[in-house]
Design a protein around this ligand. Structure first.
Ligand code: SF4
Length: 286
């Protein structure tokens, strides 16, 4: 396999074969994200990807899952994606699921028929960064999406039979908007009804525009206790009828939480109220 630059994948894809179908992120504008700032976005050719997969086949006897990197490989036009999925099926007939990240617009740009065809060819789960359910925060961090689009994308995936996994960021509203962030993120999860919802916790690093806002006094980070308070309000505002696996077990989180909503809502709230040990700042990472 040939990789260009740093590679990111969801924690749940730790055992997957990672195929770098695109380089970078086609949006690459969020003020809290440095992941692909140094990469110029492009889609890799199908022939290059086939070469990579052929090399991988020689080394890996059994590949259960494939994850298409980088930032939002779901932006690849459907016909092209179908071709990549066909190659994966041909070379790795044992592969049970292909996954990738999508920007909300990548999902909305595909027709329902295209989504169904992609699912039938093996695309099983789509990861999306929702970040917040609050429109003011989405605009502030230049996410380039609306709350309504986020809900529509999750519903469109579900209608096509694809799983959705959405990530939100604790502390993204800062001290000024923490309450709005918590309530609107809880309610947006309720409306999206994703199969998986997870929380990261904001970490700012040099190079991120939001880092400059922090040091320019235009943004204030939450303290660890304030993050827990925000998470509690967020969970209180999630009301689901359908099962959703909830996780906050990323390296950036102060407290690891895991459960299935709505069943484990009270237990998660109790863990938040009684938490005695929070991850020290120096052990948190992106
Ligand atoms: S958060 Fe996602 S969409 Fe935004 S710049 Fe980073 S990779 Fe791209």
């Amino acid at each position: 396999m040939r990789y260009e630059g740093a590679i990111y994948r969801p924690p749940s894809e730790a055992q997957s074969l990672i195929l770098q179908a695109t380089i970078g992120c086609s949006h690459n504008n969020c003020t809290f994200c440095n992941s692909f700032r140094d990469k110029k976005f492009r889609i890799r050719s199908t022939s290059e990807l086939e070469e990579d997969l052929t090399i991988a086949r020689r080394y890996y006897k059994y590949v259960r899952r494939v994850y298409l990197a980088d930032g939002n490989a779901f932006c690849i036009p459907s016909e092209w994606l179908l071709e990549i999925l066909r190659i994966i099926k041909k070379l790795f007939p044992e592969c049970e699921r292909v996954s990738t990240h999508a920007c909300v617009q990548d999902v909305l740009a595909k027709t329902s028929e295209e989504l169904i065809a992609l699912r039938e060819m093996g695309m099983g789960i789509i990861y999306m960064g929702g970040e917040s359910g609050n429109q003011e925060i989405l605009d502030m961090v230049k996410k380039g999406i609306t709350r309504a689009e986020l809900i529509a994308a999750a519903r469109k995936l579900r209608a096509a039979g694809m799983l959705s996994s959405v990530t939100f960021i604790s502390g993204l509203g800062g001290r000024r908007l923490w309450r709005e962030h918590a309530i609107d993120t809880g309610t947006v999860i309720s409306e999206m009804e994703p199969d998986y919802a997870s929380l990261l916790t904001l970490i700012l690093e040099p190079g991120m525009p939001l880092f400059d806002d922090l040091h320019g006094g235009r943004f204030e980070l939450l303290s660890p206790q304030e993050v827990l308070q925000e998470t509690k309000l967020l969970i209180e505002n999630i009301n689901l009828e359908k099962d959703c696996v909830f996780r906050s077990n990323h390296a950036s989180n102060y407290l690891a939480l895991k459960g299935t909503l709505p069943r484990d809502k009270d237990s998660i709230l109790n863990q938040l109220s009684s938490a005695k040990w929070l991850k020290p700042e120096e052990f948190r990472m992106l």
